[in-house]
Design a protein around this ligand. Sequence first.
Ligand SMILES: NC(=O)c1ccc[n+]([C@@H]2O[C@H](COP(=O)([O-])OP(=O)(O)OC[C@H]3O[C@@H](n4cnc5c(N)ncnc54)[C@H](O)[C@@H]3O)[C@@H](O)[C@H]2O)c1
Length: 324
Amino acid sequence: MNGRLFDSLVTGSAGFVGSHLVEALLERGDRVLGVDSFDPYYSSAQKRRNLRRSLHNHRYRFVRGRIQGVNVARYVSKGAVIYHLAAQPGVRGSWGTKFDRYVQNNVLATQALLESAVRSGVRPKVVYASSSSIYGDQPTGPMPEEANPNPVSPYGMTKLAAEHLGRLYARAYGLPFVSTRLFTVYGPRQRPDMAFHRFFRAVRSGRPIEVFGDGRQLRDFTYVGDIVDGIVRAGASDSKHTVFNLGGNSPVPLTDAISYIREVTGRPVKITRRAPQTGDPRATWADNRRARSELKFRPRTPLLEGLRRQWAWQSGEAGGDLVG
Ligand SMILES: NC(=O)c1ccc[n+]([C@@H]2O[C@H](COP(=O)([O-])OP(=O)(O)OC[C@H]3O[C@@H](n4cnc5c(N)ncnc54)[C@H](O)[C@@H]3O)[C@@H](O)[C@H]2O)c1
């Protein structure tokens, strides 16, 4: 495929959300370039499986490499959208000695991508996958986009820094930049360090699940298909707003989600309690009114149904193993 022919460039395209996004874009007829470094945070076997379906599509080209080395001008022309999902995720791991990975992959990589997008001279729109983690602990209730960012983890801080970088490049160079703030995504291909993936893996092998804290923390679990739909809508929108919450606005306590896991798996769920983790907010809860009105975003997948699909995936496939 000629370098200038891509409608969409997806960074982090072998990851959990990125691989679903690539499939949705191919489905609507886009020519898609995916870039992913296969970062060793979790097993490359899962990432290879994530890519399997799209690699057969003749409109897809995958480049294995770091986004820091991507020359955007070679791949996109006017009207293209860059969906920037590549990142070092994970709240807990962002404390301690591995923080440099968060700075590298979330801050420096984003700056390199923005520079390259500006230098391309064609002003591609950049849609950034930000996170509810930028809100941190807020007064109880749904979090609107205007809430004062108050990250409670180094991870959240780096995601916020990347949002700020995007805003600066928009202001200085007129680069269109939109942040989508994703709320606790789950579903098939979920990362092995995330709660539902760990829970299903434990239940499957008859081990207790580990719950950090009292289990009453609220989470606005949002199905990956709904998130992808929101990201695609943000890419296509000409709204004047540049920040959108993508979440269901229907948070549940973790304990309720655990009873769904019991129902979905039909197996007993034993619980081992662990101390609350530093950096875990009490609640994630999206005020999604802006995305509903401007993007016509309609998250449709009830938690029970989404969990059924994730369990079907995890009990059918080996599921990825966390490395290191
Ligand atoms: N999963 C969630 O619940 C959630 C919630 C909020 C925000 N997000 C954001 O959504 C995005 C996707 O998250 P995910 O859960 O799919 O994570 P993921 O780890 O599955 O996917 C990220 C991908 O980026 C790749 N990557 C990392 N650094 C790279 C670099 N420098 N160059 C090229 N590729 C690189 C990794 O190899 C990985 O495949 C991330 O930006 C994350 O911060 C996710």
